[in-house]
Design a protein around this ligand. Structure first.
Ligand SMILES: NC(=O)c1ccc[n+]([C@@H]2O[C@H](COP(=O)([O-])OP(=O)(O)OC[C@H]3O[C@@H](n4cnc5c(N)ncnc54)[C@H](O)[C@@H]3O)[C@@H](O)[C@H]2O)c1
Length: 317
């Protein structure tokens, strides 16, 4: 049977593309998009949309009951750089929205939940290279603390109440359809826009800052395939490590120069440098590969070509 899906935070960087991909898969009317603001034209035109606040339990419950929802993808959150500026707001949004959805699943009003975690769960004491699935986690950002706590609660609700919750620790995600929402890896999206518009970019992370990253198409494919995996294959109920690429601003600039030879990069690190320095530079995702067959498709050059073509087309640069 086709599931009825609710996406909360559907107008963001990931939610937009996830909504479009799920609508293509299960039919436009089976995927209800919701957010506190309207999304881009393509999203709004493609199917049902509701304004709802993820921190308001009644509003979310009403949506679930009214649309007879089976599965919820909770994409609303305050991201790493913004949450450092508004710590209490970030904590309240990231935690309360998760509790609301987990409690709806505990009460059997929905049958499956997707909730994204992040590489921000790791901290300066975590092994930096090939960070294992299970390791030291002492995050130093409000965002990272909220994601780590969220992971513990997901596992708790699964173990204690049998809630079918599934999660991925996304690396920095790179896409062209919508702009990123205030994270530490946003530079890797901005750089493409600026390369096309102005032929140069000033990076807010230093030349040698290596971080795990992924092209959005791979992230969406991973998300849907984890949600489709048989429950017994989903052995990690906190959140799966997931990896595709690792690069520095310098390597990314070199990849762009292969397509735009006159492109120039300069560096002016800001407060986001300290956040990036506390995160891993590469991730061991062998559990995701073993448990549900994860395999990435996009390497750096393939992603770069797609990003430049996509920005030219969507944003008419
Ligand atoms: N983008 C990345 O690189 C990345 C990496 C790791 C994890 N994640 C996680 O993935 C999820 C989605 O991230 P994103 O990049 O799409 O974020 P985003 O900021 O682009 O989108 C979040 C969406 O949530 C909406 N929202 C905010 N407050 C809300 C509320 N109270 N009620 C309903 N909607 C609300 C916003 O309007 C926005 O459309 C988040 O949990 C984020 O932590 C993202």
């Amino acid at each position: 049977m086709t599931p009825k899906i609710l996406i909360i935070g559907a107008c963001g960087q990931i939610g937009t593309e996830l909504t479009l991909a799920l609508r293509q898969k299960v039919g436009n009317n089976n995927v209800i998009a919701s957010d506190i603001r309207e999304g881009n034209e393509e999203l709004m035109a493609s199917g049902p949309f509701e304004i709802a606040d993820a921190t308001n339990f009644e509003q979310i419950q009403d949506l679930v009951m009214h649309h007879e929802i089976d599965e919820v993808y909770l994409m609303a959150a305050m991201l790493s750089a913004t949450a450092e500026k508004f710590p209490m707001k970030g904590w309240a949004l990231n935690m309360n929205s998760l509790f609301h959805v987990l409690n709806l699943a505990k009460d059997k009003k929905i049958s499956k939940v997707f909730w994204p975690s992040s590489i921000a769960v790791f901290g300066p004491t975590t092994p930096k290279h090939d960070t294992p699935q299970t390791t030291i986690m002492e995050p130093t950002t409000v965002y990272g603390i909220s994601k780590q706590a969220g992971e513990r609660w997901c596992e708790y609700y699964h173990r204690k109440f049998g809630v079918d919750v599934r999660s991925i620790r996304y690396p920095g995600l790179i896409s062209y359809k919508t702009l990123p929402g205030g994270g530490t890896t946003d530079y890797a999206v901005e750089i493409y826009h600026e390369a096309l518009k102005n032929g140069k970019y000033t990076s807010f992370l230093s030349k040698e800052t290596e971080l795990p990253m992924m092209f959005m198409d791979d992230a969406i494919r991973a998300t849907i395939s984890l949600m489709e995996a048989p429950a017994e294959n989903v052995k990690v109920r906190s959140s799966y490590n997931l990896s595709a690429l690792n690069f520095t601003p310098d390597t990314l600039a070199e990849a762009i120069k292969k397509e735009i030879p006159e492109f120039e990069i300069s560096y002016n690190p800001d407060f986001r440098q300290a956040i990036a320095d506390s995160w891993p530079s590469s991730i061991d995702d062998s559990r995701a590969r073993e448990d549900w067959g994860w395999k990435h498709e996009f390497d750096l050059q393939k992603m770069t070509t797609r990003m430049l073509d996509g920005i030219r087309e969507v944003h008419q640069v």
